[in-house]
Design a protein around this ligand. Structure first.
Ligand SMILES: CC(=O)N[C@H]1[C@@H](OP(=O)(O)OP(=O)(O)OC[C@H]2O[C@@H](n3ccc(=O)[nH]c3=O)[C@H](O)[C@@H]2O)O[C@H](CO)[C@@H](O)[C@@H]1O
Ligand SMILES: C=C(OP(=O)(O)O)C(=O)O
Length: 439
């Protein structure tokens, strides 16, 4: 277990390049199971969750070559299905959320897909019904072992079908798409999630020979094909990291340039930060955040009512940035209601921010009102534990803006999703150091 020690209250300056997108990487890596041919993937982030999935693929028999930083080749031409029944798989599969997406490709190509209840952030109920209802619609037989939380689907040959998903689940849509591309006939997925992660996945599958239309919308139409071939793919920059760095710049009054952000794939993200009064400048494909010397002022609605920032499936605002928005609002001029609609345990970290001096009223598990300090009162350093990836980074941003030296425990949570975060932050002037728990 590791900790970060952070001396806050210093301005940062410089350029920061976002890593490849974590949630896209988890989908794309699972898709290599759909073909016996070689797939080359670039811009893979070097983060704990992705490395766990790469190890799991290796244990499944995928041949993996590390070409250079961020680039790997994968070849799934000799899959070891026995591994799926081993104790080792039960442990590896539980290690992250993204592992759930091996089920669709395995079911489509080998007629069976198994998974223990996957891990990931403990941020509320994270059910898997959408995934398995989709597979059942495609003709799979489903079984669930309640004793050890083990899911399984089997089918001789999947058959295309019409389905209306009960919710626009991100990993659920990816999983069903990866099953449907090799099913017989046509599949229609209505109420599909359409995050850039999914658009990237569908475009990659089409390059492999799949026939998917409606990409980017909530209705995907998939004409099944007999087999898929190799391809190469480059991950988009991580939009959640980009949002994190926008928040970091504003909260520490720093001038930062976030490079090569792929503006066209950021959806509402820049505008939501602008609603907090933050200047987000487009410079080519970079984002420039000037130093907010005079702070930033939250906008009201046209009728004068208080701003609400809430999450929604894409093209709505991603739930993964609400914790960052919340922490940045603690130093804004004005008030905002943060409404986390999707997850019921993602706002509890505000207790720590309140300890640090932030003015926040947690109304219920889903809603918090933040009354900004307008930098008239600095947050105070403290000792805290990172409960999940995004709350962890939000606490880290709070610590970088706070007076004094803070300690963050359980930084493995942050390492799940952010590549070499301490080294990269030091390069723009942050005073942050990694230690072992008992140092
Ligand atoms: C590995 C990965 O890609 N993880 C992301 C993925 O998780 P994941 O795919 O697990 O999340 P889902 O999209 O399935 O659902 C997330 C939560 O939102 C709820 N829900 C979902 C859709 C909906 O229309 N209404 C609704 O209330 C679900 O009940 C669930 O509690 O998507 C989440 C939602 O963007 C992100 O927070 C996670 O970072
Ligand atoms: C919730 C997240 O991740 P996971 O789904 O992997 O737990 C996240 O990336 O914010």
């Amino acid at each position: 277990m590791g900790i970060f020690k952070i001396e806050g209250g210093h301005q940062l300056k410089g350029k920061i390049q976002p890593q490849g997108a974590k949630n896209e990487a988890l989908q794309i890596l699972c898709a290599v199971l759909l073909t016996p041919e070689k797939v080359t993937i670039h811009n893979i982030p070097d983060i704990v969750d992705v490395n766990k999935l790469i190890d799991l693929l290796k244990n499944l028999g995928v041949k993996i070559e590390h070409i250079n930083q961020g680039t790997y080749t994968f070849q799934a031409d000799a899959i070891n299905l026995k591994y799926l029944e081993s104790e080792a798989f039960k442990k590896d599969g539980r290690g992250l959320r993204g592992s759930i997406m091996i089920v669709g490709p395995l079911l489509a190509r080998f007629g069976k897909g198994y998974i223990p209840k996957p891990g990931g952030d403990k941020i509320g109920r994270r059910r898997l019904d959408t995934h398995f209802e989709g597979f059942i619609k495609l003709g799979a037989k489903f079984r669930y072992n309640r004793e050890d939380y083990f899911y399984g689907v089997e089918a001789d040959k999947l058959k295309g079908a019409y389905m209306l998903l009960d919710e626009a689940s991100v990993t659920g849509t990816a999983n069903i798409v990866m099953a449907a591309v090799l099913a017989e006939g046509q599949t229609t997925i209505y109420n599909a999630a359409c995050e850039p992660y999914l658009q990237q996945l569908c475009n990659m599958l089409n390059r492999m020979g799949a026939k998917i239309s409606g990409i980017g919308s909530n209705m995907l139409i998939i004409d099944g094909v007999d087999n898929l071939g190799g391809t190469s793919h480059t991950m988009l920059p991580d939009m959640i990291e980009i949002g994190s760095w926008i928040g970091l710049a504003a909260m520490t009054k720093s001038e930062l340039t976030i490079t090569n952000v792929s503006w066209d794939d950021l959806g509402q993200i820049p505008d939501v930060f602008r609603k907090l009064g933050i200047t987000v400048e487009k410079q080519g494909d970079d984002i420039h955040i000037p130093a907010h010397k005079d702070g930033y002022e939250i906008q009201n609605y046209i009728d004068g009512s208080i701003l609400t920032i809430s999450d929604a499936p894409w093209p709505g605002f991603t739930p993964d940035l609400l914790s960052i928005i919340l922490v940045v609002a603690t130093q804004a001029r004005g008030s905002v209601l943060i409404h986390q609609k999707m997850f019921e345990s993602r706002l509890f970290f505000v207790d720590k921010l309140i300890d640090m001096g932030a003015k926040i009223i947690l109304c219920d598990p889903h809603r918090a009102v933040v009354i900004g300090h307008d930098f008239k009162s600095q947050l105070k350093a403290t000792t805290m534990t990172s409960p999940d990836i995004r709350a962890g980074v939000s606490l880290l941003i709070a610590a970088l803006s706070a007076k004094g030296t803070s300690t963050i425990h359980n930084i493995e949570q942050i390492d799940r999703g952010y590549e070499n975060i301490d080294t990269r932050l030091r390069a723009i002037g942050a005073l942050i150091n990694r230690h072992k728990e008992n140092d």
